[in-house]
Design a protein. Structure first.
Length: 192
């Protein structure tokens, strides 16, 4: 096994450490840029801080990553982002509330339409039952008249059966009364 002097191993560690350090710095720089880009994106169009942001970006070479985290501009941008996020959350909540109100109104409209339809159906049913009652009363009146006619025929049957033509007419009248009574009884209106 070859002897390790430690010099070569130590050098590799330095190279790796340097590469790791450079990579970590690049990642940190990239993270800071993206964090500051996010803060900048939260500023609405025409926000007063935009002028200052552009000024600092020009001084720092295109981005704000050179500013420390507790710099007044960064703190103001963070406060502006928090207000922006709060405004967005409030707008979203208001939109959800409006959507709930619209949904509730639609539900109430559907409920009202259903109640109106049921009321209309009830009214039609009431009118139909009233008409059926009236028609049935008239049928009952005609049936009472037919029964009265039976009684009159029965009372005078002896006298009317003396002559053959009268007898034939009495029989035909009885058959007709039976048929009319059956037809009227079968034509009664249902109240259901």
């Amino acid at each position: 096994m070859p002897k390790h002097t430690g010099r070569g191993d130590n050098m590799n560690e330095k190279e790796i450490s340097g590469k790791l350090l450079a990579g970590a710095q690049a990642a940190e720089s990239s993270l800071a840029r993206s964090q500051y880009d996010e803060l900048e994106a939260a500023l609405p169009e025409g926000h007063p801080l935009q002028e200052q942001v552009e000024k600092y970006k020009a001084e720092l070479g295109g981005d704000l990553s050179g500013l420390p985290e507790n710099h007044p501009l960064i703190l103001q941008m963070k406060a502006a982002k928090e207000r922006y996020d709060a405004d967005i959350a409030e707008e979203t909540e208001e939109a959800q509330d409006k959507a709930k109100e619209v949904k509730k109104a639609k539900k109430l409209d559907r409920e009202k339409a259903r109640k109106d339809r049921l009321a209309q159906e009830d009214e039609q049913d009431r009118l139909r039952k009233g008409a059926a009652t009236e028609v049935n009363q008239q049928i009952d009146n005609v049936l009472d008249s037919i029964r009265g006619m039976y009684k009159v025929l029965a009372d005078h049957e002896e006298n009317l059966n003396i002559h053959p033509i009268s007898r034939a007419r009495c029989l035909r009248l009885k058959r007709m009364l039976v048929a009319v009574e059956r037809g009227l009884s079968e034509s009664r209106m249902s109240k259901v």
